[in-house]
Write a protein that binds this ligand. Structure first.
Ligand SMILES: [Cu+2]
Length: 131
């Protein structure tokens, strides 16, 4: 009897932990529409964000199956459950924008797109582009 009580408590804790991450739609993809890996570009660079399998909604929205784009330039993705930082390396498009023209310094840069929910947290599993 004592074992059963412990197992129930553990299951509840596990469920609560997953409640913080918004589920993504299976097969959803985030990608660059107009850029290829290794492409040479001129600054400022127009970057178009592609998304399939899910929808765009502004920051703050809790609609299932939606999120807003983030462009990460020479930065890292945050770990699961942590909001994407708001700094020079992490741009948020919380009004639902799907492109931007950004100035880039000469040299190599790593760009990555990430969809996140209304609270700026990556979905589970994450919907991110290839860097
Ligand atoms: Cu955001």
């Amino acid at each position: 009897m004592r074992f059963k009580t412990f197992a129930a408590a553990a299951a509840l804790t596990l469920a609560a932990g997953f409640a913080f991450a918004t589920e993504s739609t299976p097969g959803a993809k985030e990608y660059f529409i107009n850029l290829k890996d290794g492409q040479h570009v001129k600054s400022p660079v127009l970057i178009q964000f592609g998304l399939s399998g899910m929808g765009i909604a502004p920051a703050g929205s809790t609609n299932p199956g939606t999120g807003h784009h983030h462009l990460i330039i020479d930065g890292d993705l945050p770990p699961a459950g942590v909001p994407i930082p708001m700094d020079m390396a992490h741009m948020h498009f919380g009004r639902g924008q799907t492109e931007i023209s950004v100035p880039l310094t000469p040299g190599a840069h790593v760009l990555e797109l990430a969809l996140a929910d209304g609270a700026h947290i990556l979905h589970m599993p994450p919907v991110v582009s290839d860097p």
